[in-house]
Design a protein around this ligand. Sequence first.
Ligand code: SAM
Length: 353
Amino acid sequence: MTGETRMHDAVIEGLVARERISDETAELIFSPAFDEARGRLFAAADRIRHETVGDDVFIRGIIEFSNHCGCRCDYCGISSHNRDIPRYRMTRDDILATARSAYELGFRSLVLQSGEDRYYTSRDICDIIEHVKTDLGMAVTLSIGEWSKEDYAAFKAAGADRFLLRIETSDPTLFERYHKDSKWEDRHRALMNLKELGYQVGSGVLIGLPGQDGPGLARDLAYLERLQPEMVGIGPFLPHPKTPLGKNPPGEMRRCLTFLALLRLYLPDSFLPATTAMGTLDPEGRQKALRAGANVIMPNVSPVSNRPGYQIYPDKIGQSDDAETCQRCIEDLVLALGRKPNLGFGHIKRRIY
Ligand code: SAM
């Protein structure tokens, strides 16, 4: 064993023991200099995934019900800057019919995602949740951005189980550089409100935003450790040509997988998706993520006709596959890894570490 291998193994031991990550260690682990050891880090994360959340891969069907958005995020293809995409909104009845089709395919966990679209009132969202819960009994996850605490409480009372809201970056200056009309503090407060209301909360970061570095990613991890979300979704920034960040390079797969493995080590029982963005950056991206700590996958069950409108980044995978095809290909992907597809509610059982 070389001195370098010994040194890298000591770093991995420290990470497995959830030691605080110094700037020097952060620089190292996210850089190519750590490539020799990266497989061993992923193996440690995969082992902890097996011991804490088991071998099931939880499959949640996602309906992207509106691409109208009032926000101006400098990286996002459906942000209000982009005037070149057709905008669509699904009606309540279309959303419920799509949820029912997913139910009939066997899905019991549904994610409802949209841009920040205030065409739907809080009452409209509650009505949709109530119908999904009473007619279909599915677990409901919302991913509809920042709302008031009262609205979040109303969605919870209507039956919503989970809420996904990425912090995107724990650095307020970086956040406000790319979200010109939003405040980091508001995003953080929204996450705290969701926690206080008893949601299973999902957060996460974009990997590869220009200006982000290894120590910054370690601070993102520390932020997530303090927040203790039940789910963390991360993915590479993928440049969309019709956005202000369209000419920047994409986030690196190495950094995404490393961050994912760290999440599994530092938040051992959290639910971590192998995201579509990882599968778009690398054709084997989701498989690699599932071997580095991930245990969730979210196939698209939206009507195929809406998919071109929901290109938050270009060349998103699975654009032409209907819900049934998406489901089959995800189940095959999971089985090929020797894991078990699970279409159930997928609730998170919290343990105290
Ligand atoms: N409006 C909701 C919100 O902001 O939480 C949900 C929809 S938003 C499009 C979902 C996620 O897409 C964001 O949290 C962001 O991280 C991700 N996203 C947007 N543009 C992206 C891009 N160019 N590359 C990778 N991910 C992107």
